[in-house]
Design a protein around this ligand. Structure first.
Ligand code: SF4
Ligand code: SF4
Length: 475
């Protein structure tokens, strides 16, 4: 380093070293809600792939299965073909607007109670606390030099974390494979490299994100906290410190400099100590606050001990907090323009999906015109177009389908290899056929004429159609 370099002022660094957070155990209403959410969500996640649903012989009997090789999605009694992937898009839109509605009503309820990152981190923290003890013991242990006891505790913790991660990765793979078969093949080393790879990937990400990254995912990686504020208004329920009541803070018996009584906050720091993201809520709303409410439980415990009214940290709207500060009655208002808008969109999408599911046919047809040549002039002057027709029979029984075409006078139809234009398609399959259409030149008034190809199930009389173009010479 030159003398000149040494004189230069140091530029501020944008990197802040990670400080490990040691959340303290807490009891209360919000902690209980979090336990209920954790048990329900994780219970469903791990158990759902084992639920069976009888769909008849030769068809997967797993209630929830995304069968990628078979190109089918099974959701209990609903079976989705690749052509119906818009149902998945509808589900995603329902989820998104449901999240917008919940956020505008209840703040960061998704982040605090149901987000997978929160749920698995909570589970990992419970394991850590169970093995290494509560906050102070964990902090002490981490400061201690390495000893046999410390090594044993750390190995036990990481072993359980890895086991949970493996179960999580394995359960994820079961949504794409028959669960009992996958487990059997996995433990007998007969699973495919892709299956081992996916389980390893999800095991690794669960272990890293829930065990090591924890709150850093919420603070630095997740985009949701960055734009969810757009869904808040003054009536949104948020975790808030009632500064008007708590300040000036100080020990129970202490007095302010002028001898007057201090605010209700006894400056015990418990709200900070229990926070899983290391937030001091007394500093106001912060991006890192996931709205889990654990600081409310902690503070209510303290308030009860010192004989003061609960809810110094409260789960309420900014409007109500201001009302209380002004000595007015708080008032909840859940029906607001934005919540109405989100609810209406959810209802429209939900109704459209329900209607479409109840009315959907189990038959579909598509048509692909030959590109080269576009048409052929036959020796007697008629114009011929060739097509490939695909018929999707989405039921288990074999179906006979009669093909008809409308749109051109005196049009003749020929299905290659079939005598009476009635084709047979096995159950749960796609039938592909060659179709020749011949039209007298005098029936064509344009070089492109719209036609409609219809198929009719000869047993159920269900129909499906596809519009196409018949090409002819320039007029
Ligand atoms: S400040 Fe309170 S509500 Fe926010 S994350 Fe911390 S404990 Fe949860
Ligand atoms: S837990 Fe309550 S009393 Fe204790 S520091 Fe936090 S706000 Fe103040």
């Amino acid at each position: 380093m030159t003398v000149q370099d040494a004189r230069q002022p140091k530029s501020p660094t944008l990197y802040a070293a990670h400080e490990k957070i040691y959340p303290q155990r807490v009891f209360g209403r919000f902690r209980l809600i979090k336990w209920i959410a954790l048990v329900t969500l994780l219970g469903f996640y791990y158990v759902a792939p084992w639920l069976r649903w009888d769909r008849g012989p030769g068809v997967p009997d797993q209630a929830l299965l995304l069968d990628l090789p078979g190109r089918r999605g099974y959701f209990f009694w609903i079976e989705i073909w690749p052509q119906e992937v818009y149902y998945l898009a509808g589900l995603l839109m329902l989820g998104a607007f449901g999240l917008f509605l919940a956020t505008s009503l209840l703040g960061r309820v998704w982040c605090g109670f149901t987000c997978p990152q929160t749920v698995w981190t909570d589970l990992y923290l419970w394991v850590e606390r169970w093995i290494e003890g509560d906050r102070n013991k964990r902090m002490k242990l981490d400061k201690e030099p390495l000893s046999a006891r410390k090594a044993m505790l750390k190995v036990a913790k990481h072993a359980i974390w890895l086991l949970i991660a493996l179960l999580t990765g394995g359960a994820w793979a079961m949504y794409f494979n028959d669960a009992p078969t996958l487990v059997r093949e996995f433990v007998t080393f007969r699973a495919t490299p892709t299956q081992y790879g996916f389980v390893a990937l999800f095991t690794g990400t669960t272990y890293l994100l829930a065990g090591w990254a924890r709150e850093q995912v919420c603070i630095y990686m997740c985009p949701w906290p960055r734009f969810q504020a757009a869904m808040f208004d003054e009536r949104t329920m948020l975790v808030t410190y009632e500064e008007w009541r708590g300040e000036p803070r100080g020990k129970v018996k202490a007095l302010a400099a002028d001898g007057s009584k201090l605010g209700d906050c006894v400056d015990c720091n418990l709200c900070f100590n229990v926070c899983p993201t290391g937030v001091d809520i007394r500093n106001g709303q912060q991006l890192a606050c996931i709205g889990c409410g654990l600081c409310i439980d902690a503070c209510n415990g303290i308030m009860s001990k010192v004989g003061r009214a609960p809810d110094l940290i409260t789960y309420d709207s900014i409007y109500n907090s201001a009302q209380r500060a002004a000595g007015q009655q708080p008032q909840h208002r859940f029906v607001r323009p934005r919540t109405i808008l989100y609810a209406v969109v959810i209802m429209i999408i939900g109704l459209a999906m329900a209607l479409s599911l109840s009315l959907r046919t189990r038959l579909d047809v598509s048509l692909q015109a030959d590109r080269s040549p576009l048409f052929v002039r036959l020796s007697h002057g008629d114009i011929q177009n060739g097509y490939t027709i695909k018929i999707l029979n989405m039921i288990r029984q074999t179906g006979d389908y009669r093909i008809t075409v409308t749109g051109i006078d005196d049009l003749r139809l020929k299905v290659i290899g079939v005598d009476d234009n009635t084709v047979t398609v096995p159950g749960d399959a796609v039938g592909t056929f060659r179709l020749l259409l011949q039209a007298p030149a005098k029936s064509l008034h344009d070089e492109a004429t719209h036609i409609r190809v219809m198929i009719e199930d000869q047993t159920t009389h269900e129909t499906s159609s596809h519009d196409a173009i018949f090409r002819g010479p320039e007029k």
